[in-house]
Design a protein around this ligand. Structure first.
Ligand SMILES: [Zn+2]
Length: 375
């Protein structure tokens, strides 16, 4: 009895409709996971994140181990209770963020030693320590500890890094042990090299995981290269396990990934954009900083049912952003997360009905036509 499962409910082309079941609730896939970096989705109350339709949040091991510390969160009852989110949480392994944020990193076979970007204190992450931290946090979906080179990188570097990540994947599996109710995902690496991706997938499948991530994308390669990789990489992974594309992305990236067989995604974009005056709508990106909105009484999107669009004008959003009011980031984050979840719901409905290709064409047409004309 593992108490977790994944079921594919419908297929349409490569796109899949499914559900991941955990003791903390079901995750409808394709799923978008808002990012709660430091035990909060910035600017949002957890119950409001849930209202947008999110079934699961992502937490960051690197940030939480530094502040407030994994042991402290465990003493306080675990991450769910600490941040008041009782539904599933996926935590990353910390590997990617150590490489992108920490100072004075030293990479060895054992793991990575580094200094905190916050206060310079010295820390270590290894497969074993990453599994321990994610257990202390109480994560429902735990990610294997891996290393991810920035692209472009030469083939030798990508091959060497992938081989290390596969050895770390085996150590992660061993350290994770048997934890009913919790899932462990392996992470495929291999950059944009098809044969390395296949080799990585085979190594992971032979170790055996509850789900598989396509790692090492959305690291500077561009959408075309990412889609080329996604044209084949998901096909190397088992049909009966969820597939997670890490750190993606813009709405067009998300739709393209689902079309290629991806089931789960996460990205800071909707919340980060919200704090910088940027909205994502079915008509593309809208910059509320722009003076064209100063006298515009219309909502951001008249068809959106989020609190931001129901009750506030573009003129108001422009004003509160320009004056630095906190509510600007709160309203735009709420709208953006709502839009992202509606996007996922739209795709799930289309896959269920076998109409994904038409849905995708309609999405692209409206998205690319852009925002409504100024008044
Ligand atoms: Zn809205």
């Amino acid at each position: 009895m593992t108490q977790t499962s994944y079921t594919v409910q419908a297929r349409d082309g490569q796109a899949r409709l499914g559900v991941i079941r955990t003791p903390r609730g079901e995750i409808r896939t394709p799923a978008f996971m808002p990012v709660g970096t430091a035990a909060t989705v910035k600017g949002m109350m957890p119950e409001n994140v849930r209202e947008t339709g999110a079934d699961i949040l992502l937490g960051n091991t690197y940030h939480l181990m530094l502040r407030p510390g994994a042991e402290r969160i465990a003493r306080l009852g675990g991450l769910h209770r600490f941040m008041n989110w009782e539904r599933p949480i996926l935590t990353d392994s910390g590997g990617f963020q150590v490489m992108s944020l920490a100072d004075l990193r030293k990479l060895t076979e054992e793991g990575v030693t580094f200094r905190s970007h916050v206060d310079g204190s010295k820390h270590m992450l290894s497969p074993e320590r990453s599994m321990e931290i994610q257990k202390l946090l109480g994560s429902d979906i735990v990610m294997a500890f891996d290393e991810c080179p920035a692209l472009p990188a030469d083939r030798a570097r990508i091959a060497e890094s992938m081989a290390l990540s596969m050895r770390w994947a085996a150590r992660s599996r061993e350290a994770f042990g048997d934890r009913p109710g919790h899932m462990l995902f392996g992470i495929m690496q291999g950059g944009l090299e098809r044969d390395l991706r296949e080799e990585s997938a085979k190594a992971l499948v032979s170790i055996g995981f509850d789900g598989y991530a396509v790692g090492g994308l959305a690291v500077g390669e561009g959408q075309e290269a990412m889609f080329t990789c996604l044209d084949y990489a998901p096909g190397f992974l088992p049909e009966d396990k969820p597939r997670y594309l890490m750190g993606v992305g813009k709405p067009q990236d998300i739709v393209g990934a689902v079309a290629r067989g991806i089931d789960m995604m996460d990205c800071v974009l909707p919340s980060r954009s919200g704090r910088t005056g940027q909205a994502w709508t079915r008509r593309g990106q809208v910059n509320l900083k722009n003076a064209r909105h100063a006298d515009d009484p219309r909502p951001l999107d008249e068809a959106c049912s989020c609190p931001c669009c129901r009750s506030y004008s573009r003129a108001y959003l422009h004003h509160v952003y320009r004056t630095g009011e906190m509510i600007a980031g709160m309203l735009l984050t709420w709208h953006n997360l709502h839009y992202y979840q509606e996007l996922m719901q739209g795709m799930r409905g289309a896959i269920a009905e076998g109409g994904f290709a038409d849905w995708e064409a309609g999405f692209q047409q409206v998205f690319e036509a852009g925002d409504i004309a100024p008044l």
